[in-house]
Write a protein that binds this ligand. Structure first.
Ligand SMILES: CC(C)(COP(=O)(O)OP(=O)(O)OC[C@H]1O[C@@H](n2cnc3c(N)ncnc32)[C@H](O)[C@@H]1OP(=O)(O)O)[C@@H](O)C(=O)NCCC(=O)NCCS
Length: 487
């Protein structure tokens, strides 16, 4: 959702430094236990604490056993001291989960905000190296009445079951106004990728009707992290039915998918989540470009800027009706190898990115109605394909409006420019999205997107997406260092 002015300021000013400690470690060998938690929080929360208060705060946590406990207790104290200060409270809320207890994640090979380690541990797995023979052979036990079920997502009936679970129970915005509505065609596209493993797409069934109550998926990807090419699982679509929430079923799904991935001798994973858990490699922000401002205001997705009449607002956001780039056309199969080359070359600029094979480019980028659009720029004279843009189709159900039930949303996917400016390329993507009746075009502030968001009249959203790596430690990254989009 487009965020209010206050939230925008907050997002812009939020200089999250979730792994400050890791970076400090990597620079100087300073170690966390030697860091003063009060000074750390003063810096992190961007507050000024006078010398006397600092001393008082230090004394108040002197008896805590660990650095983690000290920071946690200090955050609680500072939360009370700053009641009413929205910005500081928000920063505290953004930090607290990383110092709080996580019964599940604390036991997993993921970095912790309070870890103490030296440089030699960076760019390496966190867990000790294991072999497939050491992997648990049996699935994790489930509560009585529930069973594991592989899902054949190519099968229409089973895909329909996943579709229903997700449309009714998957991700909602903070105000519960919108919920993702991934289509069946989309799910089949996202999950039956080249070389997919059918046992990485599974759920939990139960009850008299053997209904699907939970789901999780993994697909194999070649991921390059700071120059290290690693076969990973990309984990997505974790969902537990609303009636079974907070019963730790999600943790069993995660453990089980990890086991199934490990059985393929794969030990790392990449995943994203709105929630803050130990420990993101980067925090990214959604931006939104209104294409149908009137509807977006009506459904509460955007609010009309104060003092601006609707007609003027619509005019400000009006786009040209026709594209401007000569030779712009839909991608076809004959473009696969050149697009693959353009994409892989471009992605090497980023610290974390995927490496695509021709068959993956064919799968992910050849246009599919209602799922993915890709347009290439073909030089009218040389017939050379030089640039392309792509966006995927992910509508949301509108949960609280009388007449509008679906929000048509396009999401920026992979975009590469060589002969046109990035701004012109993306303006053309917006024009096509508008022609195709999308209400809004979303983009994360990853890759080079940041450079064009303001010029193209995107507004910052209130949604954050955290990127995570499982069992691999790197220093914290900024959004523009990420070259990977999870759908
Ligand atoms: C995400 C979801 C599956 C979690 O299920 P739940 O019933 O709320 O949580 P459970 O009791 O089963 O498990 C709680 C544990 O899962 C972790 N968890 C919650 N959401 C998570 C996520 N998106 N990714 C990874 N772990 C997550 C919690 O941090 C907690 O672990 P901790 O104690 O170590 O902190 C459920 O809330 C859901 O389906 N939400 C809607 C869809 C969604 O948001 N999916 C995730 C998309 S990224």
């Amino acid at each position: 959702m487009e965020s209010s002015k206050k939230q925008q300021e907050d997002t812009q000013q939020f200089t999250s430094n979730l792994i400050t400690q890791i970076q400090e470690e990597s620079k100087g060998g300073d170690n966390l236990e030697q860091t003063d938690p009060v000074s750390f929080l003063e810096r992190e929360l961007q507050i000024k604490i006078d010398a006397d208060s600092k001393e008082e705060l230090r004394l108040s946590v002197a008896n805590e056993n660990s650095y983690k406990e000290k920071v946690k207790k200090l955050l609680e104290t500072l939360r009370e001291k700053h009641t009413g200060n929205y910005k500081v409270l928000k920063k505290i809320d953004n930090l607290y989960p990383l110092y709080d207890a996580h019964d599940f994640w604390d036991s997993q090979p993921v970095p912790k905000a309070y870890d103490v380690f030296d440089n030699s541990l960076i760019d390496k797995p966190i867990d000790k190296i294991k072999t497939v023979a050491e992997v648990r052979q049996d699935p994790y036990p489930l509560p009585a009445g529930f069973v594991w079920a592989d899902i054949d997502i190519s099968n229409r009936e089973q895909a329909q079951e996943v579709y229903e679970l997700l449309t009714q129970n998957y991700v909602e915005d903070d105000d519960n106004m919108f919920r993702f509505d991934y289509s069946i065609d989309f799910l089949q596209w996202a999950l039956t990728v080249p070389g997919f493993h059918k046992e990485w797409l599974f759920g939990v069934r139960g009850g008299k009707k053997n209904r699907l109550f939970g789901f999780i998926s993994g697909i194999p990807v070649d991921c390059v992290v700071r120059g290290n090419k690693i076969k990973m699982a990309e984990i997505n679509f974790l969902c537990v039915h609303k009636s079974l929430r907070t019963k730790r079923l999600a943790t069993v799904l995660i453990k089980e998918v990890t086991r199934r991935v490990n059985l393929h001798d794969i030990w790392q994973a990449v995943y994203t989540a709105g929630v803050l858990i130990p420990l993101p490699i980067a925090k990214t922000t959604y931006w939104h470009r209104s294409l149908n401002p009137k509807k977006l205001v009506e459904v509460g997705f955007s609010s009309l800027p104060s003092g601006t009449p609707m007609a003027r607002y619509v005019k400000i956001l009006k786009l040209p009706t026709e594209t401007s780039i000569p030779g712009l056309r839909e991608m076809t199969k004959k473009d696969i190898s050149v697009v693959c080359e353009l994409l892989n070359t471009y992605l090497t600029r980023f610290e974390v990115h995927l490496e695509f094979s021709n068959s993956e480019v064919e799968h992910f980028l050849i246009p599919r109605p209602g799922v993915i659009d890709t347009y290439v720029v073909e030089n009218p004279e040389t017939k050379q394909v030089t640039d392309f843009f792509s966006f995927y189709h992910l509508p949301s159900s509108i949960l609280k409006h009388e007449t509008h039930k679906i929000l048509n949303v396009a999401y920026a996917y992979y975009n590469v420019c060589n002969t046109v400016s990035f701004e012109e390329l993306m303006r053309n993507a917006l024009i096509i999205a508008k022609q195709k009746n999308f209400d809004v075009f979303n983009a994360l502030d990853i890759m080079e997107n940041e450079k064009i968001l303001k010029e193209l009249k995107f507004g910052v959203g209130d949604g954050n997406l955290h990127y995570y790596l499982y069992n691999w430690r790197i220093p914290e990254l900024k959004s523009p260092q990420l070259g990977i989009v999870l759908v």
